[in-house]
Design a protein around this ligand. Structure first.
Ligand code: 5GP
Length: 116
Protein backbone atom coordinates (compact mmCIF):
# COMPACT_ATOMS: atom_id res chain seq x y z
CA UNK A 1 0.00 0.00 0.00
CA UNK A 2 1.19 3.51 -0.82
CA UNK A 3 2.47 5.52 2.18
CA UNK A 4 1.27 9.13 1.77
CA UNK A 5 3.93 10.22 4.27
CA UNK A 6 6.98 8.99 2.39
CA UNK A 7 9.58 11.66 1.75
CA UNK A 8 8.92 11.97 -1.99
CA UNK A 9 5.17 12.39 -1.37
CA UNK A 10 6.12 15.26 0.96
CA UNK A 11 8.37 16.74 -1.73
CA UNK A 12 5.50 16.52 -4.25
CA UNK A 13 3.20 18.31 -1.77
CA UNK A 14 5.98 20.91 -1.28
CA UNK A 15 6.12 20.18 2.45
CA UNK A 16 9.85 19.49 1.99
CA UNK A 17 12.02 21.48 -0.44
CA UNK A 18 14.03 19.96 -3.26
CA UNK A 19 16.59 21.18 -5.75
CA UNK A 20 14.38 20.91 -8.82
CA UNK A 21 15.82 20.38 -12.30
CA UNK A 22 12.61 19.72 -14.26
CA UNK A 23 8.87 19.55 -13.64
CA UNK A 24 5.77 19.04 -15.76
CA UNK A 25 2.20 17.88 -15.24
CA UNK A 26 3.26 14.25 -14.77
CA UNK A 27 6.69 14.29 -13.20
CA UNK A 28 9.28 15.98 -11.02
CA UNK A 29 13.08 15.68 -11.25
CA UNK A 30 15.43 16.90 -8.53
CA UNK A 31 18.98 16.45 -7.24
CA UNK A 32 19.64 13.55 -4.89
CA UNK A 33 20.47 14.82 -1.39
CA UNK A 34 23.34 12.32 -1.12
CA UNK A 35 24.80 12.18 -4.65
CA UNK A 36 26.63 9.01 -5.72
CA UNK A 37 28.06 10.65 -8.86
CA UNK A 38 28.85 14.17 -10.12
CA UNK A 39 25.33 14.20 -11.56
CA UNK A 40 22.72 12.33 -9.54
CA UNK A 41 19.11 13.18 -10.31
CA UNK A 42 15.96 11.49 -9.06
CA UNK A 43 12.89 11.39 -11.28
CA UNK A 44 9.46 10.66 -9.85
CA UNK A 45 6.02 10.44 -11.39
CA UNK A 46 3.36 12.54 -9.67
CA UNK A 47 1.16 9.42 -9.62
CA UNK A 48 1.18 7.74 -6.17
CA UNK A 49 2.96 4.42 -6.72
CA UNK A 50 5.42 2.43 -4.66
CA UNK A 51 7.58 0.89 -7.37
CA UNK A 52 8.23 0.45 -11.11
CA UNK A 53 5.79 -2.49 -11.23
CA UNK A 54 3.11 -0.62 -9.28
CA UNK A 55 3.47 2.37 -11.63
CA UNK A 56 3.20 0.21 -14.78
CA UNK A 57 0.23 -1.72 -13.38
CA UNK A 58 -1.80 1.19 -12.06
CA UNK A 59 -1.00 4.44 -13.88
CA UNK A 60 -2.72 5.28 -17.16
CA UNK A 61 -0.78 4.99 -20.40
CA UNK A 62 -0.50 8.75 -20.81
CA UNK A 63 1.17 9.16 -17.40
CA UNK A 64 3.55 6.27 -18.09
CA UNK A 65 4.49 7.50 -21.53
CA UNK A 66 4.97 11.11 -20.42
CA UNK A 67 7.05 10.08 -17.41
CA UNK A 68 9.54 8.07 -19.49
CA UNK A 69 9.68 10.78 -22.15
CA UNK A 70 10.45 13.31 -19.41
CA UNK A 71 13.48 11.18 -18.44
CA UNK A 72 14.79 11.84 -21.95
CA UNK A 73 13.97 15.56 -21.66
CA UNK A 74 16.14 15.69 -18.53
CA UNK A 75 18.91 13.72 -20.28
CA UNK A 76 18.83 16.35 -23.05
CA UNK A 77 18.73 19.20 -20.54
CA UNK A 78 21.79 17.81 -18.73
CA UNK A 79 23.54 17.21 -22.08
CA UNK A 80 24.64 13.71 -21.07
CA UNK A 81 23.34 11.59 -23.95
CA UNK A 82 26.70 11.49 -25.71
CA UNK A 83 28.94 11.14 -22.63
CA UNK A 84 26.58 8.53 -21.15
CA UNK A 85 24.53 7.89 -18.07
CA UNK A 86 23.08 5.09 -15.95
CA UNK A 87 19.41 4.73 -15.07
CA UNK A 88 18.57 2.74 -11.94
CA UNK A 89 15.36 1.95 -10.17
CA UNK A 90 15.50 0.03 -6.91
CA UNK A 91 12.46 -1.97 -5.93
CA UNK A 92 11.63 -3.61 -2.61
CA UNK A 93 13.88 -5.07 0.02
CA UNK A 94 16.19 -7.08 -2.25
CA UNK A 95 16.45 -4.11 -4.63
CA UNK A 96 17.59 -1.88 -1.77
CA UNK A 97 14.72 0.61 -2.11
CA UNK A 98 14.65 3.15 0.72
CA UNK A 99 11.89 5.52 -0.36
CA UNK A 100 8.60 3.78 -1.23
CA UNK A 101 7.58 6.08 -4.09
CA UNK A 102 8.75 4.84 -7.52
CA UNK A 103 11.80 6.79 -8.69
CA UNK A 104 14.50 6.60 -11.31
CA UNK A 105 18.08 7.53 -10.50
CA UNK A 106 19.99 9.26 -13.31
CA UNK A 107 23.73 8.96 -12.67
CA UNK A 108 26.19 10.72 -14.92
CA UNK A 109 28.98 13.29 -15.17
CA UNK A 110 31.76 10.75 -14.64
CA UNK A 111 32.44 7.05 -15.28
CA UNK A 112 29.94 5.17 -13.13
CA UNK A 113 31.61 2.16 -11.51
CA UNK A 114 30.54 -1.47 -11.50
CA UNK A 115 27.42 -2.24 -9.50
CA UNK A 116 29.34 -4.52 -7.13
P1 5GP B 1 16.39 4.34 -3.10
O1 5GP B 1 17.39 3.66 -2.23
O2 5GP B 1 15.01 4.33 -2.49
O3 5GP B 1 16.42 3.86 -4.52
O4 5GP B 1 16.86 5.84 -3.21
C1 5GP B 1 16.39 6.87 -2.42
C2 5GP B 1 17.25 8.07 -2.70
O5 5GP B 1 16.60 9.21 -2.18
C3 5GP B 1 18.64 8.02 -2.07
O6 5GP B 1 19.62 8.13 -3.08
C4 5GP B 1 18.66 9.21 -1.11
O7 5GP B 1 19.90 9.88 -1.08
C5 5GP B 1 17.55 10.10 -1.68
N1 5GP B 1 16.88 10.92 -0.69
C6 5GP B 1 16.38 10.51 0.52
N2 5GP B 1 15.78 11.54 1.15
C7 5GP B 1 15.88 12.61 0.31
C8 5GP B 1 15.43 13.96 0.41
O8 5GP B 1 14.82 14.39 1.39
N3 5GP B 1 15.72 14.78 -0.63
C9 5GP B 1 16.40 14.34 -1.75
N4 5GP B 1 16.62 15.24 -2.71
N5 5GP B 1 16.82 13.07 -1.87
C10 5GP B 1 16.57 12.22 -0.85
Amino acid sequence: MYDENNIFAKILRKEIPCDKVYEDEFSLFFKDINPQAKIHILGIPKFPCTSFSDFLKNADNESISFFFKSVQIVINQLNIEESGYRLITNSGEDGGQEVPHFHIHILAGEKIGALR
